[in-house]
Design a protein around this ligand. Structure first.
Ligand SMILES: CSC[C@H]1O[C@H](OP(=O)(O)O)[C@H](O)[C@@H]1O
Length: 374
């Protein structure tokens, strides 16, 4: 993984650490940063290095599908839609690298790239969804010329990116109507522009509600151990000028009991056919607390996160990450040597605890999500 921006062509528009990318999707999102971008030539992928936020805003430059897969595995880029977009861009790099291959060689190369990308993380269905779309395109145009194939694969990645931003804006508008006119809304993890093509899912709902004039403020769970809430959600909302406060992961219940929290809205990594929702670890606990206190609990996700082939939450693979990611914070070990930490990276919230799911296709009670399949 190339840790800086210089390459054989000299300085790139991305050569400064904070210059925003230039994709049409970025313009649609309205942000000055982007989780994943493909160069205009389609030969480089740029990932915002989210492990260094909020202190450093830096893009890493990647040249191969394998490097993109490593960026997804290591959580340089994270968030279900964002890793789907990154994977699609990784497949575009693979198509470009296989330009001189005949149809059989091209398909073999694309299948190999798809397998490497698909294996990077197991829970977010967007990753395998994007790889499947790229492989379907590869099968349809394998007999075309190499440059034509590469351009078509890059166009698919850009379309997936743009469609995701449009989906976030649509679900944001729809979910905003369900937000309180004023008061605190709790969110868990980061389901913002950094987790998507831009604008965000849960944060898209919050952004749209504020844009519609609702006077809401945000309580963001820090979301140990990667601290997506403290590091990423707080960073995004501060940039937007939104009133945000960070909670330690143990605080939500007390604030709910005191009547301070009016609603909860979170993202998702995979929604099963029965409406069970896989999301960042800790989401289930928040949902139980919200149910106990009669607080609406909403999920916002693009249709690419809905997996009708998975019947219920028990069939969703839950990623186990390293003990070290729990034990070490900012380079400092918080536990005795030799003591291991559990690290399920996601949990499953049963449909019964979900008030409604917002997608770009509409809102549905969790048990009715399949109705939006059309
Ligand atoms: C908009 S989907 C964001 C979703 O992804 C996060 O997981 P991770 O940061 O490990 O990729 C988390 O579950 C968010 O809700």
């Amino acid at each position: 993984m190339n840790q800086d921006h210089r390459d054989a062509r000299g300085p790139h528009p991305m050569s400064s650490t904070v210059s925003p990318p230039w994709s049409p999707a970025l313009a649609l999102s309205g942000a000055s940063y982007s989780a994943a971008e493909l160069s205009p030539e389609g030969d480089q992928v740029f990932l915002l290095e989210q492990r260094e936020l909020p202190g450093v805003e830096r893009y890493v430059t990647l040249g191969t599908a394998a490097e993109v897969a490593e960026g997804i595995r290591a959580m340089v880029v994270r968030g279900a839609p964002a890793i789907g977009i990154a994977a699609a861009y990784g497949m575009a790099l693979a198509a470009r690298a296989a330009q001189t291959e005949d149809a059989e060689g091209y398909l073999a190369a694309m299948r190999q790239a798809g397998a490497i990308l698909d294996a990077a993380r197991p829970t977010a269905v967007n990753l395998s969804w994007a790889v499947r779309r790229a492989l379907a395109l590869a099968a349809s145009h394998a007999h075309q010329g190499g440059a034509e194939r590469a351009e078509a694969m890059a166009a698919l990645g850009r379309a997936i990116h743009r469609d995701d931003v449009e989906a976030c804006r649509a679900m944001g508008r729809l979910g905003a109507a369900h937000m309180p006119d004023e008061g605190a809304v709790l969110t868990h993890c980061n389901a913002g522009a950094l987790a998507t093509g831009g604008y965000g899912t849960a944060l898209g709902v919050i952004r749209a509600a504020i844009e519609a004039g609702k006077r809401i403020r945000v309580l963001a769970d820090e979301t140990r151990p990667y601290l997506q809430g403290a590091r990423l959600t707080a960073w995004e909302l501060q940039k937007d000028g939104v009133n945000v406060e960070v909670l330690a992961d143990s605080m939500a219940g007390w604030l709910m009991q005191r009547g301070e929290i009016k609603a909860v809205v979170v993202g998702a990594d995979r929604i099963a056919r029965n409406g069970d929702v896989a999301n960042k670890i800790g989401t289930y606990a928040v949902a139980c607390l919200a149910k106990h206190h009669g607080i609406p609990f909403y999920v916002a996700a693009p249709w690419s996160t809905v997996d009708l082939a998975t019947p219920d939450g028990s069939a969703i693979p839950i990623e186990e990450r390293s003990s070290e990611e729990v034990a070490v914070i900012g380079g400092k070990r918080m536990m005795p040597e030799g003591v291991r930490a559990r690290h399920p990276a996601f949990d499953v919230t049963p449909a019964a605890l979900v008030t409604a799911i917002f997608t770009e296709r509409g809102a549905a009670a969790p048990g009715e999500i399949a109705r939006l399949a059309g």
